[in-house]
Design a protein around this ligand. Structure first.
Ligand code: SF4
Length: 76
């Protein structure tokens, strides 16, 4: 499997990615709402029930299903 995105990755930092959505910077990213995480983001490509999966924002890496970043788009 592809490696996990590191929170210290420059792109992860600029997008405010965190592996645990509850750690999202809510002061900086005021659009964050409780309950949002990668597993219910329309960009998440992991299988249902997976703990991690690909995301086109972070090509070649995997994001945590429980993660979050400011590119979040609610799954329709
Ligand atoms: Fe997670 Fe969506 Fe951000 Fe990708 S775009 S890291 S799936 S919140």
């Amino acid at each position: 499997d592809a490696p996990m995105v590191s929170e210290s990755d420059p792109q992860a930092k600029s997008l405010g990615y965190v592996a645990n959505a509850s750690k999202a910077d809510k002061a900086k990213f005021t659009k964050f709402a409780a309950g949002q995480n990668c597993s219910n983001c329309s960009l998440y490509q992991g299988k249902a029930g997976s703990t991690s999966g690909p995301c086109p924002i972070f090509a070649g890496k995997q994001v945590a299903a429980a993660g979050w970043c400011s590119a979040y788009v609610k799954k329709a």
